[in-house]
Write a protein that binds this ligand. Sequence first.
Ligand code: GAR
Length: 217
Amino acid sequence: MVPNAPPTAPIQRPVRLAVLLSGGGTTLQNLLDEIAAERLEAEIVVVVSSRAEVKGLRRASDAGIDSSAVPRKSFSDGTSFNDSLHKALDPYPIDLVILAGFMSLFEPREKYRNRVLNIHPGLIPAFCGPGFYGERVHRAVLESGVKVSGCTVHFADDQYDHGPIVLQEAVPVAEDDTTDSLAARVHEAENRLYPEAIRLWTNGQLTIDGQRVRIRR
Ligand code: GAR
């Protein structure tokens, strides 16, 4: 029995999401746009940032969503940082926690075990883990000479970019790619993949079997 196993039948809509971010919030914006376009039956109930004064927090307040900063640099260790993150989430009814460009480690603990999704701008288990985020991923991909990159949505555990993989999408690396052009191509795929993974979870279509996620279509 998987603790907090994904639902096996559709859950009550709208699914209630908490979004954790650290920067510009383009992932948050994509989810807001999907919700507004009625392609995603979700409500973002709270946004928490690990950095103060980032654009992602402005996007949240522009959308009328409760938001706060729990700056990672104000804490000497990960445990006290996570205590404060959990405290910021506690007052809200949350079905699923969405890591959206969250550059610190969120510990799901018992409360959110198997209820945290992350998106990574690479094909896990390559080019991921501590230090691999945002543009750094795309630079490492280009330097390595691989011909394919992509993005991954996975259940997050308490290691960076780690946990059972829900969806991956590959994108080609072009001969003349720069980090910006590759990031833009990957981002386009991310914008499709993350809402799709949330829909699958909400529809009760996911089962976790060890490190594998099985999808009922
Ligand atoms: C996205 O490309 C996401 O994959 C990446 O941050 C970007 C979102 O930032 N996440 C990671 O690298 C996690 N390891 P934004 O939503 O703040 O624009």
